[in-house]
Design a protein around this ligand. Sequence first.
Ligand code: SF4
Ligand code: SF4
Length: 135
Amino acid sequence: MVKKKLVLSFPPRLIQEPVTYHLIRDYDLQVNIMRATVKPRERGRMVVELKGEKENLDRALAYMDEQGVQVDTMVQEMRYYPDRCVHCTACTAVCPTGALSVEPTTRETLFDASHCIICEACIPTCAYAAIESQF
Ligand code: SF4
Ligand code: SF4
């Protein structure tokens, strides 16, 4: 079993196509849609985590390439700087996944990157630039 976080960019002609349905049905992949933006008549963009057998994942990537879907490995990540953090916990209130949480005993803010979906909701809440998006 392998897992990949990818950015899929769809040209306008593919926006209505059920690409994710094919990934699930034809290639037996688990598809976790982390973020999606679609602008009618423009490009669609989706951040996904695909999980499945390596052979199926390779076939799915070839299928998307044939279809004209641009596939990029996700290299964006959120960085948390504990030395800048004053543990005001403002960011934990907006984090939809619990990637930012409050440690119950110390009341300190914790960041778990494995739960982060890079929605960037936390960035404007932090007055200390203790969370940043990096490419
Ligand atoms: S980017 Fe989103 S998911 Fe990640 S820590 Fe910030 S609010 Fe939470
Ligand atoms: S908003 Fe900034 S300073 Fe406050 S807990 Fe979150 S990261 Fe730390």
